[in-house]
Design a protein around this ligand. Structure first.
Ligand SMILES: C[C@@](CO)(OP(=O)(O)O)[C@H](O)COP(=O)(O)OP(=O)(O)OC[C@H]1O[C@@H](n2ccc(N)nc2=O)[C@H](O)[C@@H]1O
Ligand SMILES: Nc1ncnc2c1ncn2[C@@H]1O[C@H](COP(=O)(O)OP(=O)(O)O)[C@@H](O)[C@H]1O
Length: 300
């Protein structure tokens, strides 16, 4: 029997390494993108309806498009088209991942809607077919489906799962307003005319495998960070506040403007979050951990 409603939980991500090569002919950039899923989640619920419609709740809900440009709507349309059915479904997104924050919230909703519609419609797609649709939706979407940790090559859509030997503790400082991912890549091109081919860092992969937070802190890099700081110079104050409060490492999350702080333990993370909130250099700060499971159907 096919279910009447399906709810899927999908994690945000941070890029432990984001090595960016030169712009390709198609406008994308080749990456060595070490994705790490973090335990901040959107939940996507799908229910049969007369036609495709989207609703959204959560603190940033007013910034989420409710038309067919929403990645969750596009996911439902792509899956339905492949199976010759109509995408008549109500998709509700309960959004906890910051919008346009460099944490792949839209990608999470795309992956979540795809998995949920597959279960609702009984289309029974293999994971490899779902991953292909994810790659059509966006470079980060396959990782949202997979979760855990993975190296993304190509434009980030070709994934190799990575082993993670422990729990890492993070604080994310949420900024006011988002940053446009294409604009940050354009600024990267301007600042980095001779970008080398991107390569994954062996010390970083070792640190993930052994679960060594200090080694991971020493190896975190983001080639988009100078571009994000150039477009949003105030992020430097947020990074400095977290560093002074005891973070092991500070980093812009992907294309930003969310900033990420790797901490030694949950107590240190609480202290860093409190300092960030008190400083007024961010809208809010969230304490969480990684790795986190990819898109998961919740029990009815
Ligand atoms: C930077 C990263 C790091 O994981 O994520 P965010 O920080 O935005 O979440 C990703 O590369 C974002 O991936 P995603 O948001 O899925 O991007 P897409 O929809 O595929 O592409 C949007 C635009 O970003 C640029 N883009 C994206 C990926 C890539 N490898 N090279 C690019 O140049 C292109 O201008 C493209 O038109
Ligand atoms: N489900 C969605 N949730 C959030 N944003 C979405 C969604 N679908 C499409 N978007 C669009 O994608 C843009 C990037 O959003 P998001 O994925 O949250 O950020 P980022 O790419 O920085 O991780 C938003 O500004 C919005 O216009």
């Amino acid at each position: 029997m096919t279910p009447r409603t399906v709810t899927v939980r999908v994690p945000a991500k941070v890029n432990a390494q984001l090595a960016v090569g030169p712009a390709r002919q198609d406008g994308f950039h080749d990456l060595a993108n070490v994705f790490l899923a973090v335990a901040l989640y959107d939940t996507v619920t799908v229910t049969p309806a007369d036609e495709l419609r989207i609703t959204c709740t959560g603190p940033d809900a007013d910034q989420v498009p409710l038309d067919r440009t929403n990645l969750a709507a596009r996911a439902a349309e792509l899956l339905a088209a492949r199976h010759g059915i109509e995408p008549d479904v109500h998709i509700h997104i309960d959004k906890d991942i910051p919008v346009a924050g460099g944490m792949a919230g839209g990608s999470a909703d795309g992956a979540g809607a795809l998995l949920a519609c597959d279960a609702l419609w009984g289309t029974g797609a293999e994971q490899s077919q779902l991953l292909d649709i994810c790659a059509e939706l966006g470079s980060d979407v396959p990782f949202s489906l997979l979760g855990g940790a993975a190296l993304g090559t190509g434009r980030g859509e070709k994934l190799t799962p990575l082993e993670v030997g422990g729990t890492f503790h993070w604080v994310f400082a949420v900024a006011d307003g988002g940053l446009s991912t294409p604009a940050v890549y354009r600024e990267f091109d301007r600042l980095t005319p001779d970008a080398p081919e991107p390569v994954a860092s062996p010390p970083l992969l070792d640190a993930l495998r052994t679960g060594d937070a200090k080694a991971l802190a020493a190896a975190l890099t983001n080639d988009l960070q100078p571009a994000a700081l150039s477009l949003r110079p105030s992020l430097a104050d947020t990074l400095e506040t977290g560093r002074q409060a005891g973070a092991l490492a500070t980093l812009v999350s992907g294309s930003g403007p969310t900033t990420a702080f790797l901490c030694a333990d949950p107590e240190s993370a609480d202290k860093v979050a409190a300092a960030l909130i008190a400083s007024g250099t961010c809208r809010t700060a969230r304490v969480t951990s990684s790795p986190a499971q990819g898109a998961t159907i919740l029990p009815a």
